[in-house]
Design a protein around this ligand. Structure first.
Ligand code: URA
Length: 213
């Protein structure tokens, strides 16, 4: 895929090393879940790099000091059920004060089209800076539907979509669905197979996180 300034790929060696463990079909659910959490933490760290800062005057034990603190919109993480749940704890380690909204978008196994079956968002979601969490950006159908849903709920400004692995097809569809959106991924893979799984991918992320294979 051509480089795109709306797609940030975390090419850090530790990220790539951990991603290889996720990809390995012999990795057990326990370790898989742990690494999804770690990668989510790294991604959230990267995706919050541009949080605005303001000055705050404090006293260190040694001297008065003009320190920095985060200002601006509060943060909301919105995992797409079910696999997105695996990313929540890692994201909250970076922004513990964030609110968490849930969106249930499930893929119809025959049509591969997204179907909404659950939503519960913070009441003030419209005024928050929103990060959507879903480990696999495959066709982009659920992701685009989730972003559309959030816009409908009043979310303004840049929505950041955090995934572990993305397919070029999903990236294209999601970027086309919204003008003010950034994608963060640990890898952009080759594409999709006939069952809409990412190749080489890592299999069904939800099943591997929750041990339901
Ligand atoms: N969802 C997954 O969990 N894995 C894929 O490869 C595609 C969609």
């Amino acid at each position: 895929m051509e480089p795109n300034d709306r797609v940030v790929v975390l090419d850090h060696p530790i990220v790539q090393h951990k991603l290889s463990i996720l990809r390995d079909k012999h990795t057990c659910s326990n370790e898989f879940r742990e690494i999804v959490g770690e990668l989510s933490l790294f991604e959230t760290y990267e995706a919050t790099r541009d949080l605005p800062l303001t000055n705050v005057f404090i006293h260190t034990p040694i001297a008065p000091f003009d320190a920095k603190q985060i200002s601006g919109r509060k943060v909301a993480f919105v995992p797409i059920l079910r696999a997105g749940l695996g990313m929540v704890d890692g994201a909250l380690e970076v922004v513990p004060s964030a609110r968490v909204g849930h969106l249930g978008m499930q893929r119809n196994e025959e049509t591969h089209q997204p179907e909404s079956y659950y939503d519960k968002l913070p009441r003030d979601i419209a005024s928050r800076r929103v990060y959507v969490l879903d480990p696999m950006l495959a066709t982009g159908g659920s992701a685009a539907a989730a972003v559309e849903y959030l816009r409908g709920a009043g979310v303004t400004g840049t929505i950041r979509f955090l995934c572990i692995v993305a397919a070029p097809e999903g990236i294209e569809r999601l970027l086309a669905a919204d003008d003010d959106l950034l994608i963060y991924a640990c890898a952009v893979d080759d594409g999709l197979n006939e069952d809409a799984y990412i190749v080489p991918g890592l299999g069904d992320a939800g099943d591997r996180i929750f041990g339901t294979e």
